[in-house]
Design a binder for this molecule. Structure first.
Ligand code: SF4
Length: 439
């Protein structure tokens, strides 16, 4: 990078989807010869990639913009909150430009306007896989944008529009580049992974001389060829999810399914506009476990949704008992500006919401602790994230980065991030495992 390269500061907020957007913008900036600098003071301009999903995220985004303005003065805003330019302008009238999510071109136009730069192909090299914000050994692979559902608690469709799938060959080529660059784990993300390809009528494309349809199962078959871990996130519970279970049972993709159920009471699910056949869900969970006994099922739930009665909340607890999910995240319902659910009658008191959340988490913690205890004595394959004088932090197939637990390897000082290792589990708590390198 030349000493005279214009310098850009970058603040990335929000979910993994926003992270992928940040990676794209950073890649483009580097491709064009901009230098990314870690401090406001050194930057010629600052880009803030925002999140607008819940009120807390809006506040965090507005605060980040305020901080960048105070420290640097020249700020370009992008990301989900960019769709609500009035909110940003009201709080921070001095921002230079506001663009929405995935609008990489407008971000680049705003940057060019502020700090023009002549590309120098000899100096401005960028690795083929782009610039990663995640560690070198895992990467998020975004397969589509937008969503055709209209869950009443969510404003993503109004911000990001209906589903637009990336062609399967394009995704597979990107995955191939990532693996070549050292990525050992691909985390497939989208708003609705199981709907992949619906918008393009599952169009067939060619990759490595073979035809693949733009469809979740065939995408997984392609990804399985790459020899990396493949982990599926945000899988909406459609019937055809069953099709990927054999790939998991054969060890071709990770036996891990992140499938947000959100609730278990049919009435609440209906109010949420989510599929509501709880018996069928339980039967399917049982069938998946039968076909693939090692499968890890992760899910997320909302407690205290408007109108949720004590009896309906208890239905949810009973579902947890029955389903014995491996990993669970939960949120107390929080109204999102513009979400339909805000119009529903009988909002739940904040205190009751928090109390239900605590009861929910306590129940799941007990389930999780019992499940993890059964792993003690087993030898598990794990991917190392970090190692130092204390040992190594690794993850097994059951642990997605950031959201699930870890396997601490107490004698893993010499292991390297990105290395696969077999470890014997010696102890477990509610979320994490501890072990040693297998002999
Ligand atoms: S499926 Fe997900 S992204 Fe789509 S509307 Fe529902 S919660 Fe929002």
């Amino acid at each position: 990078m030349s000493k005279t390269s214009p310098k850009v500061g970058f603040v990335s907020l929000g979910c993994p989807k926003a992270l992928v957007d940040s990676e794209r913008i950073l890649t483009q900036l580097r491709v064009e010869g901009y230098e990314i600098v870690p401090s406001y003071g050194a930057a010629d301009v600052v880009v803030v990639n925002t999140c607008g999903f819940i009120d807390a995220a809006v506040k965090e985004s507005l605060d980040a913009i305020g901080e960048a303005l105070a420290e640097n003065g020249k700020v370009i805003v992008t990301g989900c909150l960019g769709k609500r330019a009035d909110v940003i302008r009201e709080a921070h009238p001095d921002v230079l430009a506001i663009t929405g999510p995935q609008d990489y071109a407008s971000v680049m136009t705003a940057v060019h306007k502020q700090v023009p730069h002549k590309h120098d192909p000899h100096l401005d090299l960028v690795p083929a896989q782009g610039i990663k914000l995640t560690p070198k050994h895992y990467a998020y692979l975004k397969i589509s944008e937008g969503c055709n559902h209209r869950c009443t608690f969510c404003i993503i469709p109004s911000m990001r529009g209906d589903l637009v799938s990336r062609p399967v060959d394009e995704v597979l080529v990107e995955a191939e580049k990532l693996v070549k660059s050292g990525v050992r784990e691909l985390l497939v993300i989208s708003q609705d992974t199981s709907a992949y390809g619906v918008d393009v009528k599952y169009a067939a494309r060619e990759w490595r001389g073979k035809s693949y349809r733009t469809r979740m199962t065939q995408l997984c078959e392609g990804l399985a060829e790459l020899g990396a871990w493949v982990r599926l996130h945000y899988v909406y519970p459609y019937p055809h999810v069953d099709e990927v279970i054999p790939l998991m049972a054969e060890g071709r993709i990770l036996a891990y399914l992140d499938i947000p159920f959100q609730h278990a009471s049919p009435r609440i699910l209906k109010l949420m506009k989510r599929p509501g056949a709880v018996d069928k869900v339980l039967a399917r969970v049982a069938a998946w476990r039968k076909a693939c006994p090692d499968i890890t099922i992760r899910s997320t739930f909302i407690v205290g949704f408007p109108g949720e009665t004590e009896a309906e909340f208890e239905e949810l607890l009973a579902f947890l008992d029955e389903a014995q999910l491996d990993r669970v995240g939960a949120f107390a319902y929080s109204p999102v500006d513009g979400a339909k659910a805000n119009e529903l009658p009988a909002p739940v008191d904040e205190e009751i919401k928090q109390e239900r959340l605590e009861r929910f988490m306590a129940k799941q913690a007990a389930i999780s602790a019992a499940k993890l205890k059964r792993k003690v004595g087993k030898t598990l394959k794990a991917l190392v994230d970090h190692a130092d004088g204390e040992g190594a932090i690794a993850r097994t197939s059951a642990d997605a980065p950031e959201i699930d637990g870890v396997l601490r390897i107490r004698d893993g000082q010499k292991l390297k991030p990105g290395q696969f290792v077999d470890a014997v589990v010696e102890a477990a708590d509610e979320h994490d495992l501890t072990g040693r390198v297998a002999a």
